[in-house]
Design a binder for this molecule. Structure first.
Ligand SMILES: [Mg+2]
Length: 505
């Protein structure tokens, strides 16, 4: 049953007379999750019983279809850069800017007024800020964002909530840098620059330029997850029906899913996994607007297929209550928040960054333990130093206040004691310096395992980042990829941990 650290249920999938009880008995030891690699687990914010789920819906991009991000993001960056130069009249020197895939994580916010990019904590206080590709000093940052929590609903800010938004952030920062270096164009504002970049990125997505390049180059653009077909099959064998709900059009979805799911050796086609297909969905509007859908015919299959539509139409088509539907997507607002709020659907968010983020956290575990020990010793040293200074001050005060009544020998004795304390202080200061240098070194090692510009995705020091907070608040479950579901027994009860307030710990 155990293959390495993976629990792979695919071996049971050939049994057409599925017996849920026997499968549970075989595969559901209470502590089985310890055999699943941490970066392949499903994490639980809100209890969810898979036995009560009748339909599971999937987003396509960055959910069923995992992009080769370096390739696709650099492509979007390059194409948008060309639009800026050719259509918006920006200097041709921008064509030399290269895409830095590290500059950009989800949850960042663009300050269109000042040309800055911000990472915030869960209270919307700015924790890290860049102007162009240059970090703002702590003093500068505090001076610019003195008012505390930012009102992100203001038109001044734009938030990058999807992976598709990352090239936009990097392009904005790079262009700010480049234009400031070579001379800022007269009359151009940071806001206008952002509007032009938004236009350019939107255009290459909407006019088909990007798709035309992507569609003939599936193997370069997508990472094929060999476990995905088994995962969809596992859902079906658990008696769950599946639907696709994507903003992409049918032709694109067909091309991508053919590459991701088709299996020529078994003569298996992607649509055989689904009971309903909805394309051109227009999420998040899909969940609270009233667009009609149009049937879409594909003569190769008879799976019900629609273009457009809205949540109510989908709900009556599948005939399930909101809480009997689990929707899996990667967009915190478009897929997760809106579907949960409007429809009552249960949600699972795909956060592919977790795959390496969790590895970094695991690698950092030993360093954190080492850091904790050094911090305790450091605190002890500081306390001893404080005591030495206190005693020395007392002695000095005694000498000054009582010099008339003290003999020369007594005064010499006090000086000798002062000298001993001074020696101790010098020795402790030396130790403290060495400890601080070690702390700095360990902290740099820890930081280096995360994003070099922004640090961890979900944290700001010991607080949650804005993105981490949203992930905890909005998604019932979250995981790094859909196929992680394969690691869990049928009908799994995903149970959240008991929550504690600080006074309960
Ligand atoms: Mg998506």
């Amino acid at each position: 049953m155990l293959q390495g650290l993976y629990v792979d249920y695919s071996e049971y999938m050939t049994d057409k007379n599925r017996d849920r009880t026997s499968l549970n008995r075989i595969t559901a030891p209470h502590h089985f999750e310890q055999f699943v690699k941490k970066n392949h687990r499903i994490f639980v914010n809100r209890n969810l019983r898979m036995n009560s789920i009748r339909w599971v819906g999937f987003d396509l991009d960055h959910t069923l279809a995992l992009y080769n991000r370096n390739f696709i993001e650099a492509l979007a960056f390059d194409l948008a850069r060309e639009v800026l130069v050719e259509q918006k009249g920006y200097p041709a020197s921008l064509l030399d800017i290269l895409y830095d895939p590290a500059f950009g994580i989800r949850g960042l916010v663009v300050d269109k007024k000042l040309g800055n990019i911000l990472k915030m904590d869960k209270f919307h206080y700015v924790a890290t800020a860049f102007h162009g590709m240059r970090p703002l000093s702590k003093e500068n940052r505090k001076e610019l964002y003195t008012s505390g929590a930012l009102k992100l609903s203001s038109d001044r800010f734009w938030s990058s909530d999807t992976l598709f938004g990352l090239p936009e952030i990097a392009l904005y920062a790079s262009v700010v840098d480049q234009l400031e270096l070579e001379g800022w164009p007269e009359g151009l504002t940071f806001r206008q620059l952002f509007t032009d970049i938004r236009y350019s990125v939107d255009l290459v997505h909407k006019d088909g330029t990007l798709k035309e390049i992507v569609m003939p180059r599936m193997s370069e653009c997508f990472i094929r997850d060999p476990k995905l077909p088994f995962t969809l099959e596992k859902f079906r064998r658990e008696g769950v029906k599946l639907f696709l709900l994507t903003n992409s059009d049918y032709k694109y979805s067909d091309t991508v899913l053919s590459w991701v799911l088709n299996d020529d050796s078994l003569n298996r086609r992607w649509w055989e996994y689904f009971d309903l297909i909805v394309v051109d969905a227009g999420k998040p509007g899909f969940f609270d607007e009233s667009h009609n859908w149009a049937p879409y015919e594909d003569e190769r299959h008879n799976v019900p297929c629609f273009s457009g539509g809205n949540f109510s139409m989908l709900q009556s088509q599948i005939g399930a209550r909101g809480d009997e539907v689990l929707y899996i997507g990667d967009h915190i607002f478009g897929d997760i928040l809106r579907s949960k709020k409007t429809s009552g659907w249960r949600t699972m968010m795909v956060v592919e960054e977790l795959e390496y983020e969790i590895l970094a956290i695991m690698e950092n575990e030993q360093d954190h333990k080492r850091l904790d020990k050094i911090q305790i010793k450091n605190a002890d040293l500081q306390e001893t130093l404080r005591e030495c200074k206190h005693h020395r001050d007392k002695l000095s005060e005694k000498k000054i206040s009582n010099y008339k009544s003290l003999t020369p020998d007594q005064l010499d004795e006090i000086d000798a004691q002062l000298e001993v304390f001074a020696d101790q202080e010098r020795e402790i200061e030396g130790k403290l310096t060495r400890k601080l240098l070690t702390i700095k070194e360990v902290e740099e090692t820890i930081d280096a395992r995360f994003n070099p510009y922004w640090g961890p995705l979900c944290k700001v020091d010991s607080e949650l980042s804005r993105f981490g907070d949203q992930l905890g608040d909005f998604a019932c479950l979250y995981t790094s990829r859909v196929s992680n579901y394969l690691n869990y027994p049928p009908g799994k009860f995903f149970q959240s941990r008991t929550e504690f307030l600080p006074h309960e710990l």
